[in-house]
Design a protein around this ligand. Sequence first.
Ligand SMILES: C[S@@+](CC[C@H](N)C(=O)[O-])C[C@H]1O[C@@H](n2cnc3c(N)ncnc32)[C@H](O)[C@@H]1O
Length: 376
Amino acid sequence: MDPEPLKVLAGELPSDVRQILYRHPAEAPAVLREAFGEYAAAAEARIDAAPRVTSSLHATIGEVETPQCLHEIVHGDCFEWLQQRAQDSIHAIVTDPPYGLKEYTSVEKGKLRRGRGGVWRIPPTFDGCTRRPLPRFTVLTEEDKLALKDFFARWALRAYRVLVPGGHVFIATNPLVSHYVYMALIDAGFEKRGEIIRLVQTLRGGDRPKNAHREFGGITVMPRSGWEPWGLFRKPCEGRVQDNLRKWKAGGLRRISQDQPFCDVIRSAPTRGIEREIAPHPSLKPQAFMRQVVRASLPLGEGIVLDPFMGGGSTIAAATAVGYQSIGIESDREFYEIAVAAVPRLAALAPNGDGNGSSWLSRSARDSEQPALFGQ
Ligand SMILES: C[S@@+](CC[C@H](N)C(=O)[O-])C[C@H]1O[C@@H](n2cnc3c(N)ncnc32)[C@H](O)[C@@H]1O
């Protein structure tokens, strides 16, 4: 690998980040992708034209034949959609909502698409490559916090109504704001069932005090983040879990295999370049991780998975890949169009061939049905 571009970039970075890049050249590209990515506006995306609705009934994923037309993709506001949806008609929600809340307003998305910054941190263009902007979550005012609490309180009540008893919610968050989201879900009636820890190396945190980094060279203001929390919640079951499973097909989580339960720590690499190219959304989650979470969300593999904040469609693609029915809602037309084109192509991607998340499964599980789906 040519180390020169990294050295140039290293000149722009804090010294501890620089050291990581020098000491771990093999991992550096993946870490940089997670931090800066390759986001480009949809108009500029280098994507082959993909059919909006696939006419083929099956796609080959590794050696697994998976039906493709299992999903419904809606352009709209999920609050309105949830309000109109029948009660007790969704079996699981897997979602990654907006957090700064500001970052997905039309004003901020306009700035993002024009490369003007705003709440989005636009990294400098380096070596001719465009890197992925990141929203800034660190500075939330009291007003922002109130808005966040109110947003999730209203959302949680609507989500609760449409989920069947025993239905689970997997909700991506971050350590700075997770408590607001979790309390809103609990106040709406959900039981907290745990947290899934996505172990992923990022460049968030780990900085010395701004403009005083020489004076306080031994200080980090916030820990360098190496994980992403996903809250796990459940609408209470009607009676015993087994009765609820029989009646509603929900209440538990699908095991990885007969001898391996679903685990709450999942090693995950940053989203691969090929996935970002297919679905150029600034917050796209990796298929290798999403397929594991989505698969666990329907204990019997029956029912409907909903992603009300669909973005580029990673949840819906994962559901299609594991053979589940799903519905995705996206309020932004450009992201909606990206998802319509991307979902069949992401779902049909072969398992990761680059070692993404390769070591978390036991030998027995690797020998079972998982490898073809998750790339182990
Ligand atoms: C963090 S992103 C989701 C990214 C997604 N997990 C992926 O892998 O591409 C959140 C998405 O929610 C959308 N959104 C925000 N408010 C919404 C609403 N009220 N209804 C539907 N979608 C909304 C945003 O436009 C954004 O694309």
